[in-house]
Design a protein around this ligand. Structure first.
Ligand code: CTP
Length: 404
């Protein structure tokens, strides 16, 4: 059971199982984690805040504001490597399913950009009620991880399903998740990545291109390889060098060449991340000789290039995870979600040109990850950090698919 260096926000809600949480905190800390505890007001009827603050060695928070001080739920949601809601009452579960935000726990949940683990606890009849079933399905569809309930004696005195998993089982579940994520969870997987610009020839010495540096896509290829994947990187013209042992570079120039290279690799790929800035159009005719200077204007007629992402989306099978990028300037979220559907992708990485330090040529990026489970806005960070976040999200998507 290893949770070394992991930062955990433990949210305790109003259920009799809350009496086990000081022991849960103790075991998390013993496994190497740092733990901050938050509670709903109802939880404090079942467990002493002083006990939780003492064992966690951190102050305990239960309100969005304590008198004049505001407890920054966004900061807490971003600090954590994992948020664990244990025990999760039927009431908190219902609020999570519907996005309610009347407690600090719900505010931190809605702000969390880390994986969220839920250990439900309730009486069997409540657990089996159709509304609880629906709520569990809903929060699972948002990408949350449900730690299975145990069978045994319940607070009502009845024997049945609905007991919170034992503290040791919760710690084991987390340790297992992190070991799969932290180690090489993509070992044995094949990935296809596109990066860089494309050059569309006008004549032997001129082309239409764009300012993409290829840095973001190359960082994604390396992050996938770091996690154990065998990566084919289809790379447009760039001066970047790629030396990673598990990254095989296929150099291409034009959108057509990129399309051909991707089409031949995709069927074997488990993951495809299309980060290239592909030219939407190419000159309809490529002149054989250098075009001589003539009149005051020159018309070049352009023909549409095939959309690689949409084309891979149309043949994608259920086991494949397809990720596209979107660079938007207006109605960003809406447009990016539109691309997710239109191109049948599993995730869109949204770049906004409005953000300082983000986009073409910079070493930093500010991205939002969008999937059918919702979206996760990340802070401005290095392209390497952004790439690691993209890859972690891919691992989560694949993990969630298996456990649903
Ligand atoms: N893409 C692609 N092939 C193309 C054009 C784009 O694979 N011919 C991919 C990009 O690599 C990126 C995603 O599609 O992952 C989004 O590209 P973008 O240019 O932002 O969107 P478009 O669909 O071209 O729409 P528009 O330019 O109108 O926003």
């Amino acid at each position: 059971m290893d949770l070394s260096g992991k930062k955990i926000v433990l949210a305790v809600t109003g259920s009799i199982a809350a009496y086990k949480t000081p022991e849960l905190v103790r075991q998390m800390i013993k496994a190497g984690a740092e733990v901050k505890v938050i509670t709903t007001p109802a939880a404090e009827k079942f467990v002493s805040p002083l006990s939780l603050a003492t064992v966690s060695k951190n102050p305990l928070y239960s309100n969005v504001s304590d008198g004049a001080a505001w407890n920054n739920h966004v900061e807490m949601g971003r600090w954590a490597d994992a948020m664990v809601i244990a025990p999760c009452s039927a009431n908190t579960l219902a609020k999570m399913a519907n996005g309610l935000c009347d407690t600090l726990v719900n505010a931190v949940y809605l702000s969390a950009i880390c994986p969220v683990f839920v250990a439900p606890a309730m009486d069997e009849d409540m657990w089996l009620h159709q509304s609880t079933r629906n709520n569990i399905q809903k929060i699972r569809s948002y990408g949350n991880h449900i730690i299975p309930v145990a069978h045994g004696e319940l607070a009502s005195g009845l024997i049945g399903e609905g007991r919170m998993a034992e503290p040791a089982d919760i710690v084991n579940y987390l340790a297992d998740f992190f070991s799969k994520q932290g180690a090489r969870p993509l070992k044995g997987k094949k990935a296809l990545v596109t990066a860089g610009p494309t050059y569309e020839r006008i004549d032997p010495v001129r082309f239409i291109g764009n300012f993409s540096s290829g840095k973001m896509g190359v960082a994604v290829a390396e992050a996938l390889a770091d996690k154990g994947a065998e990566v084919t990187l289809v790379l447009g013209p760039t001066s970047l060098q790629v030396f990673h042992a598990n990254v095989n570079v296929v150099a291409v120039e034009s959108a057509e060449q990129m399309y051909e290279a991707c089409s031949s690799v995709f069927a074997q790929a488990d993951i495809a991340v299309l980060a290239a800035a592909v030219a939407d159009y190419r000159p309809e005719q490529v002149a054989d000789e250098k075009i001589k200077k003539q009149g005051d204007t020159l018309d070049i007629r352009l023909a549409k290039n095939r959309d690689i992402l949409a084309s891979l989306g149309s043949v994608k099978n259920a086991g494949q995870t397809l990720v596209g990028f979107a660079l938007e300037t207006t109605n960003e979220l809406e447009n990016a979600k539109g691309k997710l559907e239109a191109k049948n992708a599993d995730m869109i990485v949204l770049n906004s040109l409005k953000d300082e330090g983000a986009g073409f040529g910079h070493d930093t990026n500010k991205i939002t990850l969008i999937s059918r489970n919702g979206h996760r806005a990340l802070p401005l960070q290095s392209k390497q950090e952004a790439a690691a976040a993209i890859v972690n999200y891919i691992v989560e998507l694949q993990h969630a698919e298996k456990t649903v």
